[in-house]
Ligand binder design. Structure first.
Ligand SMILES: Cc1cc2nc3c(=O)[nH]c(=O)nc-3n(C[C@H](O)[C@H](O)[C@H](O)COP(=O)(O)OP(=O)(O)OC[C@H]3O[C@@H](n4cnc5c(N)ncnc54)[C@H](O)[C@@H]3O)c2cc1C
Length: 456
C-alpha cells in the first residue's frame, strides 16, 4: 500500500486533483479514500413512503461518496472571485478565474457541453438593483443541473477508475507524519504516500479539526451564515432567472447595517432537506431537464454572523439554532411570509390554502421562535427590498423554510501552494475553509495537482 499521492475525499476537490494528476503525470500511483459510496450506490433511504424522514445513516448518501456534497446539487459552477470562496487570496485573481474556466472546459468535455452559461455582464438588472439599494454581484455561471451534473460525474469516474485506485466506504481515521512520508490510517489497514491531499469538505469538518490538532496545524474560525429558504411562484423571479439564472444580490439592512444576501437560486426547482452531522437544515435543487421542472423558484436569504473573541464556536452557534427548529418541527419548519409578519404560526390549513404549493413536506410553524430577532428582521427587510425588483416577493403566500445554515469550516493555515506547515501535506476544497463552492473547490484541486506534478 504505497502511493505517490493519496487523496482523502472524493468530492469536487478530490476528483479534480485526481483528474489533473492523471492527465499531467499518468505514471504516478494515485489513490482516493472516500468514506461514502461510489456514485451508483449513493441512495438516500428517504422515499416519502416507508422512510419519510432522515434515519441518520452512518454515511449520508447526500453528502458523502463520489461527487461529495455536490453530487446531487444543482451543479451551478460560478466563475467569479466575488463569492464562493477566497481562493484568489492564495493564488491570485487571474489564476483563480483561469482555473475555474479550465474546470468548466472539463465539465463540458465530460457531458456538460449542451448546458447554458449565464452571465451578469451588461445586464440591466445591475442598475435596477442599485436604484433599490441592492447590489448584484458579478459572475458567470454554468448551470449543469442535478441531472447533467450526475452524468458528468459518471463519465469522470469511468475515466478516473482506469488510472486511480478508489477505496469507497473507507473513512480515513488519522494521518500520521513519518520522516518523509505520510501514513493514512483507515479501519482495516493503512497506506503510505509521499504527498497527501486532504479534501474532506463540510461533512469532514470535525475530522479535519482532529487532524489539525494531531499535527499541530494552526486554524481559525469565526463565521456562520443563518437564514431561510424562500419559495415563490417562478414567474415572480423569471425576468431575473431567465437572463441570469442565479442572481447573487446583497442588501445592507437599514436597522442594523447587516448584510443579507441571496444564495443558491433554483428556478423551477425543489426545496430539499440537508443533513449536516445529524441536524436537518434546508437547501434547494433544480433541473436542466424541462420535464422535471416545478412551478416554483427557491433561494436562500442568509445573514453572515462573524464572532469576535472570546467566542470561537461559530458552527456550534449555527447548529444550536438549527437544532431548535428540529426540536419544534421535528425537522424543517415552513411558514407563510404573511403569517410571519402578522406574528402567528402557519398551520396545515393556512399552508393548504396558500397559492404557493410547497415542494418540501416541512412542518408548518413559527420561525420567529427559532431565528434570533436581528437575523429575522434583516430577512424581512430584504424581502421587502427584493419586492421592488421582483414584485410579489413580499406576498403573504411566499413560503419561508427554516433554517438554512451555511457552516464554514475553520480556516486551515496554508501557504500559497495550499500546503500546510508540513511539506507534502495539502488541504483543499471546503475542508480548508478557503472555498465554499463547486468551482472554487474544483479549482483548488487542479491547482495543488499541478503543483505536485511540477514537484515530483
Ligand atoms: C444540496 C447542496 C447543493 C449545493 N449546490 C451547489 C451549487 O449549485 N453550486 C456550488 O457552487 N456549490 C453547491 N454546493 C456546495 C458544494 O457542493 C461544495 O462547495 C463542494 O461540494 C465542495 O467540494 P469539496 O470537494 O471541498 O467537498 P465535498 O463535496 O464535501 O466532498 C468531501 C468528501 O470527503 C469525504 N470525506 C469526509 N471525511 C472523510 C474521511 N475522514 N475519510 C474519507 N473521506 C472523507 C466526504 O464523504 C465527501 O464525499 C451545494 C451543497 C449541497 C449540500
Amino acid at each position: 500500500m504505497k502511493y505517490d499521492v493519496i487523496i482523502v475525499g472524493a468530492g469536487p476537490g478530490g476528483i479534480f486533483s485526481a483528474y489533473e494528476l492523471m492527465k499531467k503525470k499518468p505514471e504516478l500511483k494515485v489513490a482516493v479514500f472516500e468514506k461514502g459510496y461510489s456514485l451508483e450506490k449513493r441512495k438516500c433511504p428517504i422515499d416519502g413512503d416507508k422512510v419519510k424522514s432522515c434515519i441518520k445513516c452512518k454515511s449520508c448518501a447526500i453528502m458523502s461518496g463520489f461527487g461529495g456534497a455536490g453530487a446531487f446539487s444543482d451543479g451551478k459552477y460560478n466563475i467569479t472571485n466575488d463569492f464562493g470562496g477566497t481562493l484568489y487570496e492564495y493564488i491570485g485573481k487571474e489564476k483563480a478565474i483561469a482555473l475555474m474556466k479550465y474546470v468548466d472546459e472539463i465539465n463540458c468535455a465530460y457531458g456538460g457541453a449542451k448546458t447554458r452559461m449565464y452571465s451578469t455582464t451588461d445586464t440591466k438588472f445591475k442598475k435596477i438593483c442599485m436604484q433599490n439599494k441592492l447590489q448584484l454581484l458579478d459572475a458567470s455561471v454554468r448551470h449543469l443541473g442535478t441531472d447533467i451534473n450526475y452524468i458528468v460525474l459518471e463519465n469522470l469516474l469511468a475515466d478516473l477508475k482506469e488510472k486511480v485506485d478508489f477505496y469507497f466506504n473507507t473513512p480515513v481515521n488519522s494521518i500520521e507524519k513519518l520522516e518523509d512520508e505520510y501514513k493514512v490510517v483507515y479501519e482495516n489497514g493503512e497506506a503510505e504516500c509521499s504527498e497527501c491531499i486532504i479534501s474532506v469538505g463540510r461533512s469532514g469538518s470535525k475530522w479535519m479539526e482532529s487532524v489539525c490538532s494531531d499535527l499541530d496545524i494552526p486554524t481559525k474560525s469565526n463565521r456562520v451564515d443563518i437564514g431561510v429558504r424562500v419559495e415563490l411562484p417562478a414567474v415572480i423571479f423569471s425576468h431575473l432567472t431567465d437572463e441570469l439564472y442565479e442572481s447573487k444580490i446583497v442588501y445592507r439592512t437599514q436597522k442594523f447595517e447587516d448584510k443579507v444576501r441571496t444564495f443558491c437560486m433554483n428556478p423551477y426547482g425543489i426545496v430539499v432537506n440537508e443533513n449536516t452531522n445529524g441536524i436537518i437544515t434546508v437547501n434547494g435543487h433544480s433541473f436542466e431537464d424541462p420535464t422535471k421542472r416545478t412551478e416554483n423558484t427557491n433561494f436562500a436569504l442568509l445573514v453572515a454572523k462573524h464572532f469576535s473573541e472570546p467566542f470561537k464556536d461559530s458552527n456550534g452557534y449555527g447548529e444550536s439554532i438549527a437544532k431548535l427548529s428540529n426540536m419544534l418541527g421535528g425537522g424543517v419548519i415552513v411558514q407563510r411570509f404573511g403569517d410571519l409578519v402578522r406574528g402567528r404560526r402557519s398551520n396545515e390549513n393556512r399552508i393548504k390554502e396558500s397559492t404557493v404549493r410547497p415542494t418540501l413536506a416541512a412542518t408548518p410553524g413559527d420561525l420567529s421562535l427559532v431565528l434570533p430577532k436581528r437575523i429575522l428582521d434583516g430577512i424581512i427587510e430584504m424581502i421587502y427590498a427584493l419586492d421592488k425588483v421582483a414584485p410579489g416577493t413580499a406576498n403573504d403566500d411566499t413560503l419561508l423554510y427554516g433554517v438554512e445554515v451555511k457552516f464554514y469550516n475553520m480556516e486551515v493555515e496554508l501557504d500559497n501552494n495550499l500546503e500546510t506547515k508540513h511539506k507534502g501535506l495539502y488541504v483543499i476544497g471546503d475542508g480548508s475553509g478557503i472555498t465554499h463552492s463547486l468551482s472554487h473547490a474544483s479549482a483548488s484541486g487542479i491547482y495543488v495537482a499541478d503543483y505536485i506534478a511540477g514537484n515530483i
